[in-house]
Write a protein that binds this ligand. Sequence first.
Ligand SMILES: NC(=O)c1ccc[n+]([C@@H]2O[C@H](COP(=O)([O-])OP(=O)(O)OC[C@H]3O[C@@H](n4cnc5c(N)ncnc54)[C@H](OP(=O)(O)O)[C@@H]3O)[C@@H](O)[C@H]2O)c1
Length: 324
Amino acid sequence: MDMLRDADIDPTQLAGKRVAIIGYGNQGRAQALNLKDSGIDVVIGLRGGSGSTNEAEAAGLRTELIDAAVASADVVMMLAPDEIHSALYREIEPHLKQGAALGFSHGLSIRFEFVEPRPDLDVFLVAPKGPGTALRSLYQQGKGMIGLWAVENDATGRAREIALAYGRAIGCGRAGLIASSFAEEAEADLFNEQAVVWGAVPEILIAGFETLVAGGVSPEVAYLECVGELKLIAELIEDRGIAGMREAISNTAELGAFLGGRRIVDDGVRARMVDILADVRMGRFAAELKSEEESGYARLERARRDARETALEETFERLNESEN
Ligand SMILES: NC(=O)c1ccc[n+]([C@@H]2O[C@H](COP(=O)([O-])OP(=O)(O)OC[C@H]3O[C@@H](n4cnc5c(N)ncnc54)[C@H](OP(=O)(O)O)[C@@H]3O)[C@@H](O)[C@H]2O)c1
């Protein structure tokens, strides 16, 4: 494994350079504040009338309209939602300095050709492996979040050094920066979102809850069993790995997990995982993401509304009320 840490990285590669962060959302806010605290000259590029201007300025950051921020920058980081990267890049391309660096925190836009950068640009990836809120809080605690890095185009001969200095300045070098590629990061991330942690895990929690309630168990007990214990297992896995987690639980739980886990995650599940990976690689998901944006996020809005109206959510609200 090719993993680099702070001591392996030259931070001076960003000295005297200005970084424009486009977007002040989950990643934009965290990366901008970490860069600023690492002594980097940062400007936030926002659209006209953006509701984020006041918040960014209150945090001590300089803001500009996107075109002006891009025109003044040596490194431009695309931290607006992936599905608008095509339109955003078309808007900023005429303003990018010759030989500037264009950075991403997800490989999707390059892997699936939402963005085809000008050949004079360095194009790099620094993808922290977790949400912006955690990236920021870890940095403030003197720790960091592990990240992947890659270079797609090395126009100036310094793209590698810029990518690594950027990853170091946002705190990823404290935990480790692993060499990857835009394609590997994009495909693995999209696969995980759909087939594992973000897609399948919540669905299995919901299915477990609904099975117990249909079997006569009270919603509160079903919730505590099927959803409430997730954080405990996640912490055990983070501290000890999966084998270590299993050794840390009772023999009863361990035998149940051994016998039941494989009845649920059977060959059919594995075959559908292979299908999802193939769909991702063929660009089917990237096309869905674009059409979702073009439809004004109709499907996502409906899914959000429906999810709020389930028995599981009502139980979550009731349990939280009784806790407060
Ligand atoms: N979410 C994560 O934790 C995470 C983790 C790893 C990687 N990433 C990657 O990081 C990138 C950013 O994701 P994110 O979740 O941080 O995005 P996000 O929170 O949805 O980004 C919101 C920001 O984008 C701006 N924006 C939205 N639409 C825009 C438009 N049409 N023109 C200009 N600006 C626009 C918003 O502007 P206003 O302020 O004006 O509304 C806001 O400042 C993506 O490539 C994502 O895959 C995200």
